[in-house]
Design a protein around this ligand. Sequence first.
Ligand code: ADP
Ligand code: MG
Length: 217
Amino acid sequence: MIEVKDLCFSRSDGDTQHKILNQLNLSVPAAQHLALLGDSGSGKTTLLHILAGLLPIDSGSVNVNNQELSLLNDKKLAFYRRRIGLIFQHYQLLDCLTVKQNILFQHKLNYANQPAIEFDHLVETLGLYNKLDALPHQLSGGEQQRVGIARALLNKPQIIFADEPTGNLDQKRSHQVVELLTGLCREREINLVMVTHSQQLTDYFDQVKILRDGRFE
Ligand SMILES: Nc1ncnc2c1ncn2[C@@H]1O[C@H](COP(=O)(O)OP(=O)(O)O)[C@@H](O)[C@H]1O
Ligand SMILES: [Mg+2]
């Protein structure tokens, strides 16, 4: 569940302050999926980073799963960040690790030696079974993004933020990836916020918001 009220965020560029988000309001109920659109530079990535606890805000309130992010101490904020799922346009896989090692990486950090119970199911659903020993550069873009999705989901997040995850994929693969991502999040009742440029992908989402001039249209 995400509740944003009167969020203001600016960046300073030398002496000038640029307002990026201006009195922004947003409400995403538990387990719902939001598609976030807007022109390049409208602040979509900035908003995702704020929701992920990576950027402090100037004023307003950002509440995720009943936690007011600005009130969390460093330790609690670090814990919050570790337990969310992040999916990136450029996949951010570790080049020298195999597909299997990449998928397990975050789970190992967060759950030490607990077994990764969902591993087989995710790998099967995402069609990665015969790619487990491959290195990222041996995969297509769509396959690399499916590794990114498996890694995020294996970490058992309550919430996933995806920043243009299909930005490097053709139309057919974009639909495949978004269908898989939204389907897997629905099964697990995970909140999903996905930035996209493609109006055609918004059919998979419960809510669509367009950022313009620091607010939603
Ligand atoms: N690290 C940064 N330092 C200064 N300005 C930034 C930084 N990141 C983004 N910006 C500026 O903030 C605005 C919003 O950027 P961003 O959130 O990346 O937009 P979007 O993801 O919608 O393309 C843009 O004007 C951009 O130039
Ligand atoms: Mg961006």
